[in-house]
Ligand binder design. Structure first.
Ligand SMILES: NC(=O)c1ccc[n+]([C@@H]2O[C@H](COP(=O)([O-])OP(=O)(O)OC[C@H]3O[C@@H](n4cnc5c(N)ncnc54)[C@H](OP(=O)(O)O)[C@@H]3O)[C@@H](O)[C@H]2O)c1
Length: 341
């Protein structure tokens, strides 16, 4: 089968032919219809991810049709349309994942391929109202956004929420979830056109984080905030706490901009702030997220849907962060079929 494989550390993923998975007991082989990119795939190709092993098929997000059932699989049938929970072995603690928790696509072979083998408990029914590309956009970004906003952020109707770096896949889902919860949402971005796109999804206002005075203007015009959802970290992280109401919450799920440089602990303890970390989500969170998507009619924002064969270049291009929302890959077999003679 065709796949996008990291063949050596610190190289681009290669579109190549690999052996199809052979079925194992308790496992299921899914013929993938679509997958989607995450910044994690970019970090892996840069060597900036723990435990990199090669060769490994990349990709954490996928959706498709069950093709083969392993011995002992009873909960699923061949032909079921499914979306994959992107992790395995979360464990029994809803507060945090177990030590052996892993995400599809490193070290286990992932979804940037025509087929993937996963455990039966990683399979969830495909939302009926979404197409394959939209469905494949859901798992990592949507689940991370759902846990950050709803579980860790405990978002409430009417609250003022700030979401940083709105062009990101997670950030766009966080916006859609917060708007569905009837929160007032303000966003930041490096590009004016992304702020405009966020407004069409229900954001009230937006600020360019490239403007050094944005924090003060946002505080004056729309603050202070009940909740901030941040995936950037970096030098700006410490400044975010000044934008929170007393008792406010700052949920961070990533550090695209690096490590924070400073943190005024006096403000944190005196103003009773909560600094909270969030990573992906449990299978229970995923089930709740899929229900939320269905109940609120959320449609993932897909910036572009490209063939699997072009995924390597698309991962490398994530460095520029020019997309708004998700980049998805489709596995249409006709693309890979030998030319007709
Ligand atoms: N903890 C988890 O489970 C988890 C899950 C998914 C992702 N993550 C992490 O979360 C981060 C975002 O992931 P993603 O997949 O959403 O990435 P993405 O789609 O590639 O988006 C990254 C976005 O970061 C924003 N950004 C960059 N520098 C910034 C800064 N200085 N201040 C504010 N925003 C900045 C940009 O927003 P603009 O384009 O609007 O400027 C960019 O679009 C990554 O670091 C990723 O590794 C963690």
């Amino acid at each position: 089968m065709k796949a996008l494989v990291l063949t050596e550390p610190k190289t681009d993923a290669r579109f190549t032919e690999i052996e199809s998975p052979s079925i194992a007991p308790g496992k299921v082989i899914v013929r993938l219809k679509a997958a989607s990119l995450n910044r994690r795939d970019y970090w892996i190709t840069q060597g900036l991810y723990p435990g990199i092993k090669t060769p490994c098929t990349l990709g954490s997000d996928g959706a498709g049709i069950i093709e083969t059932l392993g011995e002992g699989v009873e909960k699923r049938s061949v032909g079921d349309e499914v979306v994959l929970y992107p992790g395995r072995d979360w464990g029994t603690n809803e507060a945090a994942q177990a030590d052996d928790f892993a995400v599809l696509g490193m070290p286990d072979n992932g979804t940037f391929a025509q087929c993937v083998m996963v455990s039966q408990d990683q399979l969830f029914a495909k939302p009926q109202d979404l197409d394959w590309s939209e469905t494949a956009a859901l798992p990592v970004a949507g689940l991370t956004a759902f846990r950050s906003t709803m579980v860790q952020g405990r978002i409430q109707p009417g609250q003022r929420i700030l979401i940083t770096g709105i062009g990101g896949g997670v950030a766009v889902f966080a916006l859609q979830i917060a708007v569905a919860q009837r929160a007032q949402v303000i966003v930041t971005s490096s590009r004016e056109e992304k702020i405009q796109a966020a407004k069409t999804l229900g954001a009230e206002a937006g600020y360019l984080y490239t403007d050094p005075t944005w924090n003060r203007t946002a505080l004056k015009e729309h603050g202070p905030f009940d909740l901030i959802i941040d995936g950037a970290g970096g030098p700006g992280y410490g400044d975010l706490i000044a934008l929170l109401k007393p008792g406010g919450r700052l949920v961070n799920y990533g550090s695209t901009a690096g490590r924070p440089e400073s943190l005024d602990l006096f403000k944190v303890f005196w103003r009773q702030l909560s600094l909270i970390g969030s990573t992906l989500g449990s299978p229970r969170d995923f089930q709740a997220f899929l229900l939320f998507v269905e109940q609120h009619g959320i449609r993932p924002v897909v910036d572009q849907c490209i063939p699997l064969s072009e995924g390597g270049q698309a991962i490398a291009a994530m460095q520029q962060a020019s997309q708004f929302g998700k980049i998805t890959l489709h596995m249409e077999e006709s693309i890979f079929a030998p030319p007709q003679t």
